[in-house]
Design a protein around this ligand. Structure first.
Ligand code: RVP
Length: 504
């Protein structure tokens, strides 16, 4: 007969934390969110420690190089998506590893033949008003000039006016060569009263822009996640098909950690992939695996050598796996079960295998709950897709700015490897995800700082100054559906409907 779980499975929204004693030391400024990313033996330090317990989802609409840099600056880590060619994924990893703080590769580039209409459209899409003009319109093409909002007047200029007619041409620009340091670039910006300085390489090739405002970025980012060469840490997704070629290319590109990206991790394919990476790279390359939703799945992956184990099936905001296939488990129940298994595994073997709660985080307090239930860190998709730095377009829908967000199992992403069950077939048989919009939420830095301040405040209410202490001291209660209603504003008429806490 089938196995029946004793308890029904629950989601984060069904739980609350009950405050504990807060001492005078329990203030947000004293809280550490440091957490291990990869397995380690009792008494040893993990090879990689995150400064904040957040990683970004291995998804086309979430984890590109720009988001990876922004998140590493806040102390978390991105996994560059694997549903692209090996060369393209490796190039993205390389872009993060070669990122020089303050040197920005433009995402708003024009050609001289474009029109004012194109400028307006691009401004709406990226929100960036400084637009380099290159011969071929690429971010590293031959520089012809620059357009800023000072170069045109929308009320007066015809919309079909060519960019070449109103841009500031190259010979009128102050530029610097690509050997220029950030300090020297900034001195020039101040001396010449510039807003942006183009950095130009051989053949007048545009390398990057330095903006006046970026200069102090290092000082305002105390949590930056850096390797020993002061480069940002970055992860990358792999699959159980082409790992022999993909892993080698990613290692060569400088990836710091890998993760097998699959909707279902309790499989022979993951065991083989983990064994291959271990045999080839020993412990010099770390690799996480998943996803699982119970203790059995965790133990299988831990025994197979996974450096961390990801938990979650069907809880992602864009995921319809549960509807399509009837597999999955409430995210909170799955997490609690797996974290218990992790602790037992540690007691038995002396090896700690971190657990990542993947998907289904909607409100900021869900993060605190996930951490209190035992997650070492969380993987978030929808949350990060909303920020400026995610790779997708910002669009206006009914007067409100939105960012696009689509699942890896959607017809748009066509990531068949993620849903692969082996065999000869190499295509997505049916969709397990949707294509959607999420409300635009501005820069990542502000969003993450705001969310983590809430996490830290709640930790203080629980009397905890770090994550192990939170796990030990947290008192967690299930709430009835009636008390859920009590949790929001109720029995009052709101003066402004926007006061309702917006989904972060
Ligand atoms: P969320 O943060 O709730 O948006 O969930 C993101 C997670 O959803 C991803 O990390 C991944 O595990 C899962 N996902 C990604 N694509 C799909 C799908 O198309 N079904 N699901």
């Amino acid at each position: 007969m089938a196995t029946f779980f004793e308890e029904e499975s629950h989601t984060f929204s069904e739980y609350l934390l009950v405050p504990g004693y807060s001492s005078a030391d329990n203030v947000a400024a004293n809280v550490s969110l440091k957490t291990p990313l990869v397995r380690f033996a009792r008494g040893e330090e993990p090879q990689i420690t995150l400064n904040v317990p957040m990683v970004s989802a291995i998804m086309q609409s979430v984890s590109g190089p720009k988001l990876a840099v922004a998140l590493a600056q806040q102390g978390g880590l991105s996994f560059i998506y694997g549903s692209q060619s090996i060369a393209d994924e490796a190039a993205m990893v390389r872009e993060v590893k070669s990122y020089k703080a303050g040197f920005v590769v433009s995402d708003s580039t024009l050609t001289p033949e474009m029109t004012l209409d194109d400028v307006v459209e691009l401004l709406g899409r990226t929100g960036h008003s400084t637009m380099p003009v290159t011969e071929d319109g690429t971010p590293h093409g031959r520089l012809c000039g620059i357009v800023t909002s000072r170069d045109y007047r929308l009320s007066r200029d015809p919309r079909d006016r060519r960019v070449r007619e109103f841009m500031t041409p190259f010979d009128k620009l102050v530029v610097a060569d690509d050997a220029t340091s950030l300090k020297a670039a900034n001195d020039l910006i101040w001396d010449k009263k510039l807003n942006a300085l183009p950095i130009v390489g051989a053949g007048r090739r545009l390398v990057a822009l330095v903006f006046r405002k970026d200069y102090d970025s290092h000082k305002s980012q105390p949590n930056e996640l850096l390797d020993q060469h002061k480069r940002y840490l970055v992860g990358a997704g792999i699959n159980t098909r082409d790992y022999a070629e993909r892993v080698s290319a990613l290692v060569e590109a400088g990836a710091d950690v890998l993760c097998i990206d699959s909707s279902e991790g309790y499989s022979e394919w993951q065991r083989r992939t983990l064994a291959w990476v271990r045999a080839r790279y020993g412990t010099s390359m770390r690799v996480g695996a998943g996803n699982v939703v119970d203790a059995e799945g965790f133990r299988f992956l831990a025994d197979s050598g996974a450096d961390f184990v990801k938990v979650g099936i069907g809880g992602g905001s864009i995921c319809i796996t549960r509807e399509q296939k009837g597999i999955g488990r409430g995210q909170a129940s799955a997490l609690i079960d797996v974290c218990r298994a992790r602790d037992e595994y540690f007691d038995e073997t002396g090896t700690y295998v971190p657990v990542c709660s993947d998907g289904g985080i909607v409100y900021d307090y869900h993060m605190t709950l996930a951490l209190a239930m035992g997650a070492d860190f969380m993987m978030l998709g929808r949350y990060f897709a909303r920020f400026d730095e995610s790779p997708t377009n910002r669009v206006s829908v009914n007067g409100q700015y939105m960012k696009e967000y689509w699942g890896e199992g959607s017809a748009r992403a066509r990531n068949w490897q993620r849903y692969d069950l082996g065999g000869d077939k190499k295509s997505l048989s049916f969709v397990e995800g949707v294509d959607s919009y999420v409300p635009y939420a501005g820069p990542l830095k502000e969003g993450v700082e705001g969310s983590l301040l809430k996490v830290k405040s709640t930790m203080c209410n629980c009397g905890a100054l770090d994550l192990p202490e939170l796990r030990e001291k947290a008192k967690i209660t299930l709430v009835s559906s009636t008390s859920l209603v009590e949790g929001g504003a109720h029995d009052v008429v709101l003066k402004d409907a926007n006061q309702q806490v917006s989904i972060n």
